[in-house]
Write a protein of this length. Sequence first.
Length: 326
Amino acid sequence: MKQEPARGPTYTVQCEDYIHVVEFSPFDSGCPVALIAYGGNQYVVVGTCRFQEEDAEVDGIQYSPLRVFHHGVRVEAIAWSPESRLDMLPQQIRFCTAAADRKLRFVTSDLQDKYEVKEMEGHSDYINHLIFEPREGQQIASVSDDHTCRIWDLDGKQTVSFLLRSPGMSVCWHPEEALKLMVAEKNGMVRFYDLVTQQAILSLESGQTPLMSADWCFANTIKVGAVVGNDWIIWDITCSSYPKEKRAAHVDRARLFRWSKANENLFATTGCPGKINSQLLVHHLGHPQPVMIGSATVGAGLSWHRTLPLCVIGGDRKLSFWMTEM
């Protein structure tokens, strides 16, 4: 099959600083807009997006910043709470960040006068990823280079800690499997933990290193994907602990893997920020080659829209959005 030519982003939004991480909220905010947050060196910006693909009255993209939150330290990861709502008064925004100082910060705001920050300390090394429990939003899980996965309540108390065998790179909580937690380690292992017994109940093996990122498919719970070395890897957890599919993706080491929320066969990978040819690649399991190659130099962060086949990455003073025709 002929490889797709590289193409520029479908839409861009200009920002004030280098973007280290960007996240669409995966939850329904109660309004016909997508909540989005991005983090720079000193701040987090929360805004809304609306696209012409979902509203014919929108010309391209309609982006509206809601609030800038001063952070004071570089933002490394952001997770949205399912309790973020725009259809109530007062409105409520809740998210958690991981920062370069090894702390989590749980932020609550009504976008007016209320602004509360709860700092959570415990990790002794770089925090790579974090996520809210997706049903009630009353717990946060985080993984770190300190070889732990930790679960916190919203008061900042650590309630559970899993000792890992290598740095924790990704942690996933699925809304259909709220009593299970998926943890991916740099040594190439992915484990599922039962949160009732606090025991590992399933392990997946990539057979190679380093695993940099993994994701649990939102649209189909039996699919898990990851990037390891230069390759992307897909498991079917009902068949085997070994990968069902594997394919070379990036010349320079792959960095992020994210499933589309809208299509269980669609996913995106990025190369490492700052590398030459560090592209965004969008893949479909029915196609041997990437179905889209993003030409922009990759910055950091990768996230899919909640309902559209559209993903966003961060970069130097801009957000870049790609719509996939799948």
